[in-house]
Design a protein around this ligand. Structure first.
Ligand code: PLP
Length: 385
């Protein structure tokens, strides 16, 4: 099997599982209990928080553990919007955010907030000038993702955050696709809130973190017990939290080498596909691009057909259509960067990971050449071209 869907999720690392195991078995105490079994769990959370904070470049008191990237995004956006609503009700985001952000904004719009969606350029970049123009006196929050999960475009977050701060707005970034892959130092980025998710960097699913800069006004996302300093109630997911912090630590240690290695593989992959398959084009930016992201549109064919035939060869990838609720909607990201529906439907996302080798890439390109030719031979779109 060749797994090329690391933007969807990554395999849990063995070392991470080993660190989690005690908390899934013998060390089962509730971290809020005062006896040793509980205290050991509290210590494990404290250590995980410290480690995570060190990697993000913040204080442990600014790290909150959550139930994943979606929860972190929901909390960051709704929690700050509602807590700061007296100052204004205008929020700025982009057209290409993950649905965790877009749908959170839509929920706020139903409660009387006004949302401005910035359009990216044809490579998926959000221009600082566009943010400058969208900001108003009543803008309380700007939420722009660090890198896009579909086309891999990396945004100039430091510059965008500075502009937002210049007008008194809070700045949140969804760093779910970047944490553990490229630097996400919160002061380097200049952000006030940042979302991460454990399963995107070799950690477990269903656990995430939200960085909240000291003094940012935010409402709790869940009501209940006093966990997470009264801000995120619920008995902590101790194995998940331990796993997330260990996975982040390992990914950070390996980041520099892994980035270089993946960039090289990615560039060979892209070059070979574009050279060997006619009528194909790269989506996203050449330079400002995640080291592991390849997103290509193939004229005249459907992504789903490619996925099925790739799957028959043991290759896992993803397409530019979201197969939700039985309909095949083309990706909002590809449409937003200006792709016509046909091209958006004919796109493939291949995201590399720690286990991807040069041999894998060669194998996949060889198979893909045949798959695209086979599908085009049957394509009514091609026949009309
Ligand atoms: N934000 C981005 C950019 C993502 O890619 C994802 C996951 O696909 C999420 C948020 C949601 O994260 P989670 O799966 O941990 O809820």
């Amino acid at each position: 099997m060749i797994y090329l869907d690391n933007a969807a999720t990554t395999p849990l690392r063995r070392d991470v599982l080993d660190c989690m195991m005690p908390y899934l078995t013998n060390a089962y105490g509730n971290p809020s209990s005062i006896y040793k079994l509980g205290r050991d769990n509290r210590i494990a959370i404290d250590n995980a928080r410290e480690k995570t904070a060190q990697i993000l470049g913040c204080s442990p008191a600014e790290v909150y553990f959550t139930g994943g990237g979606t929860e972190s995004d929901n909390w960051a956006i709704k929690g700050t919007a509602l807590a700061n609503a007296k100052r204004g009700k205008h929020i700025i985001t982009t057209e290409i955010e993950h649905h965790a952000v877009l749908h959170s904004c839509e929920a706020l719009a139903r409660q009387g907030f006004e949302i401005t969606y910035i359009k990216p350029d044809e490579n998926g970049l959000i221009h600082p000038q566009a943010l400058q123009e969208a900001l108003r006196d009543d803008t309380i929050l700007v939420t722009i993702m660090h890198a896009n999960n579909e086309i891999g475009t990396i945004q100039p977050i430091a510059e965008l955050a500075e502009i937002a701060h210049g007008r008194g707005a809070i700045f949140h970034t969804d760093a779910v696709q970047t944490a553990g892959h490229i630097p996400t130092d919160v002061n380097g980025l200049g952000v006030d809130l940042m979302s991460l998710s454990g399963h995107k960097f070799g950690g477990p699913k269903g656990v995430g973190a939200l960085y909240i800069r000291k003094n940012v006004k935010i409402f709790p996302h869940q009501d209940g017990g006093a966990q997470e300093r009264n801000k995120r109630a619920g008995t902590e997911n101790v194995p998940g939290i331990v796993g997330l912090s260990r996975a982040l630590e390992l990914a950070s240690e390996e980041m520099q080498n892994e980035r270089e290695r993946l960039r090289e593989l990615r560039d060979t992959f892209i070059k070979r596909i574009l050279d060997e398959i006619p009528d194909s084009q790269l989506n996203g930016d050449d330079e400002q691009r995640l080291p592991n992201n390849v997103n290509i549109s193939f004229d005249y064919i459907e992504g789903e057909g490619m996925l099925l035939l790739l799957d028959m060869q043991g290759i896992s990838a993803s397409s530019g259509s979201a197969c939700t609720s039985g309909s095949l909607d083309p990706s909002h990201v590809l449409l937003s960067i200006g792709l016509p529906h046909e091209k958006a439907h004919g796109s493939l996302r291949l995201t590399l990971g720690r286990e991807t080798t040069a041999e894998n890439i060669d194998f996949v390109v060889d198979k893909l050449v045949g798959i695209v030719a086979r599908l085009r031979a049957m394509s009514p779109l091609k026949a009309h071209a």
